[in-house]
Design a protein around this ligand. Structure first.
Ligand code: PGA
Length: 258
């Protein structure tokens, strides 16, 4: 983390877990556990149907609610889809874009880019995900692959808007597997992402972009990962479903590091 230049963000990704009633219960429990005083930015990205319950429960807190996906079109004949404008109206602040689980369902870098542009236009903070598979890592093409995802995902994002984008590095082999990347592995890729952003924009801008790590981050390994200079937070799946664990990760992010 480098709190001097950029925000620390701890974001939960619930995926397809919890009902609206369970959301209400979770948020009540979380509220009781949240640390007092100043802390990092906290986001909880929840299933679309849970957004109203989450927004209602967290209204008086600094926890921002987010969606896990969006459609890039403003409105129209897209049965089952949800626009970024609808998410804003429902009280969302964040939206996860290009998660590897959605890419596996057919989402392309062009789709990711269109969604990022739409989210920014609507005033949402996009959490744009990138990450390599185990095969890609083993064949030594991780940094090229990630650089391509970042370049395509950020196409036509103007300089003044890039500061609003949060990037999440999530190695696919580490997601939900308990196989966390080592702090050094995660740092290496997050640093390379910052280099790509620097080349696309300026070094001043690259310094301000928050880059998160995701993939089996939990209350035990969070501190060590967050102590890395280019890891500005976490995108947390499994551990964000348990209030006690999620709060411990927030607390790890609040501790003084480098
Ligand atoms: P995990 O998921 O923390 O359960 O590995 C992370 C993610 O997919 O965002």
């Amino acid at each position: 983390m480098n709190r001097k230049y950029r925000k620390t963000v701890i974001a939960g990704n619930w995926k397809m877990n919890k009902t609206p009633s369970e959301t209400k219960e979770f948020m009540q429990n979380l509220k009781a556990l949240l640390p007092k005083g100043r802390w990092c930015d906290v986001a909880l990205c929840v299933p679309a149907i849970c957004i109203p319950a989450a927004v209602r429960a967290m209204r008086e807190t600094r926890v921002g609610i987010g969606a896990e996906n969006c459609n890039a079109n403003p409105s129209g004949a897209y049965t089952g889809e949800i626009s970024t404008g609808m998410l804003v109206d429902a009280g969302c602040k964040y939206v996860i874009i290009g998660h590897s689980e959605r890419r596996a369902m057919g989402e392309t870098d062009q789709d990711v880019n269109a969604k990022v542009l739409s989210a920014l236009e609507a005033g949402l903070i996009p959490i744009m995900c990138c990450g390599e598979s185990l095969e890609q890592r083993q064949s030594g093409i991780t940094s090229e692959w990630i650089a391509m995802q970042i370049k395509l995902g950020l196409q036509n994002v103007p300089e003044e808007k890039i500061r609003k984008v949060v990037i999440a590095y999530e190695p696919i082999w580490a997601i939900g597997t308990g196989m966390t990347a080592t702090p050094e592995q995660a740092q290496e890729v997050c640093e390379s992402i910052r280099t790509v952003v620097r080349k696309l924009y300026t070094s001043k801008t690259a310094r301000t972009v928050s880059i998160l790590y995701g993939g089996s981050m939990n209350e035990k390994n969070a501190f060590e990962l967050l102590a890395q200079p280019d890891i500005d937070g976490g995108l947390i799946g499994g551990a964000s479903l348990v209030p006690e664990k999620f709060v411990q990760i927030i607390e790890a992010a609040n501790q003084p590091t480098v």
